[in-house]
Ligand binder design. Structure first.
Ligand code: DC
Length: 224
């Protein structure tokens, strides 16, 4: 499940995984936790590349792929809330654009996917390059999209719910900035795989997207 921020990927991916008894992996949480490690080391993600890559590729990440309690730990510490905060959000595009960081995290993602497929028979993975790079032979590829305005409104609502102060105009500017960075980077830029089903969620609720996807995975024999 690929697509830009704020398209409802997390909600829909997690619910789809639960419904199918499959695993769930939020690959963005790995780039976010690696970015948090870089910031905690006192490094500037826009500064010299080598030390940033060193920290981002050697930090200790533990992922839980159970959709009932998904999460990530950095060096043993639960960082699920902190990685969604403004500092990490502002810095993650720079770290995730580094080819050496992507190579290591993509390997980790493939290991986690293989383990979940062995254990539960399947996994729903969300990110930016899952269908195009990480699992090019995935049995179903979905690319969720929506206008920047709708995505910023959804992100603002999420932030408000999480108790963070919200400036909708600033959120919209950040959505646009990250779209630009994520889709123009040299390594694995954000784009729909040619064989992905593109779903525009501007006019669709999460329930409607989920219904559509459940129908699809059942039709393809991927879920009972
Ligand atoms: O999905 P998210 O907003 O939590 O992702 C955080 C950042 O990580 C986003 O700016 C792009 C990057 N990312 C990526 O480059 N590749 C992925 N597979 C997932 C996320």
């Amino acid at each position: 499940m690929d697509g830009p921020a704020g398209t409802g990927k997390s909600t829909v991916s997690r619910r789809l995984a639960k419904q199918c008894g499959a695993g769930y992996l939020d690959s963005g949480s790995m780039y976010r936790a690696a970015t948090l490690a870089v910031l905690r080391a006192g490094l500037d993600p826009e500064g010299p590349v080598e030390p940033v890559v060193e920290i981002a590729t050697t930090c200790e990440l533990e992922l839980v792929t159970d959709p009932d309690s998904p999460g990530i730990r950095l060096a043993g510490e639960d960082v699920n809330a902190e990685i969604r905060g403004p500092e990490v959000t502002a810095a993650v595009s720079a770290v995730s654009a580094m080819p050496a960081v992507r190579a290591v995290l993509v390997d980790r993602q493939r290991e986690l996917i293989a383990a979940a497929v062995r254990e539960t028979g399947g996994i729903v993975v969300e990110g930016r390059d899952i269908g195009s790079v990480v699992v090019p032979d995935a049995p179903l590829k979905v690319y969720l999209t929506a206008s920047a305005e709708v995505r910023a409104a959804r992100r603002s609502a999420q932030d408000r719910k999480a108790g963070r102060d919200v400036d909708v105009a600033a959120v919209l500017a950040d959505v646009r900035r990250r779209d630009r960075l994520d889709s123009t980077r040299k390594t694995s830029p954000l784009h729909a795989a040619p064989d992905a089903l593109v779903v525009d969620t501007d006019e669709l609720s999460a329930d409607a997207v989920l219904d559509l996807l459940v129908r699809l995975v059942k039709e393809r024999g991927l879920c009972e």
